[in-house]
Design a protein around this ligand. Structure first.
Ligand code: VGL
Ligand code: ZN
Length: 199
């Protein structure tokens, strides 16, 4: 398993019940993800990490409400409630997450003008986070993903993993979806087409 890595996506307070962008049953992924963490030699975590007033927040766009979309220079962007602001409790990992064995934390969405759903690229699908190079240099060829949310950050990460030539699988029991306007079905179909194994 030295060539395999677990990528735990955004298991943070704001995506769990009571959080600013709560995913239904988001906290239920924690025991499943902890079980996965124990089994993998390489564990990477992502942490959604926005500056206050980030451009993905509806509150930064007068007249717009959360879950509406705007067109940004890099394409369409869904607007969200303020969430995962750098240094806040909402941005912390869920307190039950057994994250201490993780070898890398990739923070994403930290640039004011652009969001980043994927662990590999910002939402322009061009600017790398460095994770692809990191995994390749460490000899990883297969990634397993779980976390929040299935139809946004998990799916975009899995699709980009395939685009970069990694084998990719998503553990559905360890993931939960936002499901906005049919996004879960759409992203599930895209993942299947791209050769992501849904297990
Ligand atoms: C996410 C929306 C905004 C996610 C992050 O982790 O899926 N979704 N920021
Ligand atoms: Zn975010």
């Amino acid at each position: 398993m030295a060539d395999e890595a677990l990528i735990v996506i955004d298991v943070q307070n704001d995506f769990c019940p009571g959080g600013a962008l709560a995913v239904a049953d988001g906290d239920r992924v924690v025991p499943v993800v902890n079980g996965l963490i124990r089994r993998f030699e390489h564990v990477v975590l992502t942490q959604d990490w926005h500056p206050a007033g980030h451009s993905s927040f509806a509150s930064s766009h007068p007249g717009k409400a959360p879950f509406q979309a705007v067109t940004m220079p890099y394409g369409e962007q869904t607007l969200w409630p303020d969430h995962c602001v750098q240094g806040t409790k909402g941005a912390d990992f869920h307190p039950g997450l057994e994250w201490t064995s993780a070898e890398l934390v990739i923070r994403k969405g930290f640039r004011q003008a652009i969001d980043s759903y994927s662990a590999f690229f910002e939402n322009d699908h061009e600017t790398p986070t460095g994770l692809g190079g990191y995994l390749r240099e460490r000899g990883v060829s297969k990634v397993t993903l779980a976390g929040l949310a299935t139809d946004f950050c998990v799916a975009y990460s899995a699709l980009d993993a395939r685009r970069l030539g990694f084998e990719a699988s998503v553990v559905l029991e360890g993931s939960r979806a936002i499901d906005l306007g049919g996004s879960l079905a759409a992203m599930t179909a895209m993942m299947k087409d791209a050769g992501v194994a849904l297990v």
